[in-house]
Design a protein around this ligand. Structure first.
Ligand code: NDP
Length: 312
């Protein structure tokens, strides 16, 4: 068992930014990297919208730089993840996958969210090789300027992303598996009214096609007519929702109906448990950007520092 001042769970931009601030405030933070060290950005190719990188940087490189910056101030960065917590007392108890118990005065949760994918082998192949599958239009849409893309999903995210892509791409084909949108009326209307978005209802993705390196099209099936067709495209966007990584906190923290951690007081990083703070996508289903995650990471470390100062 180990007693510490500040435990940070997760190693995306929120976690590392919290670590930089907490370490510089002498809180001697311990950071557990989680199952996917570096977080969602490690599946992104080029990051061109994070301020301070005028020539862009790859997602994995950016995360290594953030890690190095957190280490420079002596953050104790550990490989492994937290599997269980007990937030019932004044001191917050957390257990690692190795069975090690940590007792922390403050906890910063930056466990992020995971984009959902269809799970097709061909989709995963072109996702992992950076060949044209993406779950973030705002991050990757720019690379498909003047080209034709396909997006799957029918919720608010899919509509918002389809609309975003329609401004960059010559044609956006939207694949909706049912005969209706799930999105709010206003978002669905906006998509319907955009001339270069074509909506295919009752349509399922069967296979992402490519030349082995990059995406060249998508084979789809119309479920009503049982007709297959191939839609040529260079980018395949998946917008079927995200899953916040908050399951282990559900017995203690207030979550919304989709599992995102609720802020106790908007404009702060406080949760309903004193001394437990949240940053990044675990509490954000609206913005989901590296820069907003980093901003809330900073807020969480400052809130944790003030909490400790008031306590001692
Ligand atoms: P949602 O869960 O609302 O929608 C997911 C969509 O993906 C559904 O239409 C669903 O289809 C579809 N889908 C799921 N699995 C598959 C699959 N295997 N194949 C094809 N389609 C699939 O997720 P969102 O990310 O869109 O939204 C999450 C929350 O965030 C919502 O509350 C939303 O309102 C909110 N949001 C708000 C925004 C805003 O107000 N600006 C912007 C973005 C999100 P089906 O309908 O058939 O189940």
């Amino acid at each position: 068992m180990e007693k510490i001042q500040c435990l940070i769970i997760g190693s995306g931009p929120a976690g590392y930014t919290a670590a930089i601030y907490a370490a510089r405030a002498d809180m001697k933070p311990v950071l557990y990297q989680g199952m996917q060290p570096g977080g969602q950005l490690t599946t992104t190719n080029e990051v061109e919208n994070f301020p301070g990188y005028p020539n862009g940087i790859t997602g994995p490189e950016m995360m290594l730089e953030l890690e190095a910056q957190a280490k420079r101030f002596d953050t104790d960065i550990r490989f492994g993840f937290i599997v269980k917590v007990d937030f019932s007392g004044n001191i917050h108890r957390c257990w690692t996958d190795q069975g090690h118990e940590i007792q922390a005065e403050t906890v910063i949760i930056s466990t992020g969210a995971s984009a959902k994918y269809l799970g097709l082998e061909s989709e995963q192949k072109y996702l992992l090789n950076g060949g044209g599958v993406s779950a973030c239009a705002v991050c990757d849409g720019f690379f498909y300027r003047g080209q034709e893309v396909v997006i799957v999903g029918a919720g608010d995210s899919a509509c918002e992303e389809a609309h975003y892509l329609s401004k960059l791409c010559t044609k956006v084909t939207m694949l909706v598996r049912k005969d209706e949108f799930r999105a709010s009326k206003i978002m669905a209307e906006r998509v319907r009214k955009t001339p270069n978005i074509s909506i295919l209802f009752n349509t399922e993705t069967q296979e992402v096609l490519g030349d082995g390196n990059v995406v060249t099209g998508v084979r789809v099936l119309n479920r009503s007519s049982a007709q297959e067709q191939i839609i040529p495209c260079t980018g395949f966007f998946v917008a079927i929702g995200h899953q916040p990584n908050t399951d282990i906190f559900k017995d203690y923290l207030h979550l919304d109906e989709t599992g995102y951690i609720k802020y106790e007081q908007p404009g702060t990083s406080r949760t309903n448990i004193p001394g437990v703070f949240v940053a990044g996508d675990a509490a954000d289903k609206t913005y989901r950007q590296a820069v907003t995650a980093a901003g809330t990471g900073c807020m969480a470390a400052l809130d944790a520092e003030r909490y400790l100062a008031a306590k001692h």
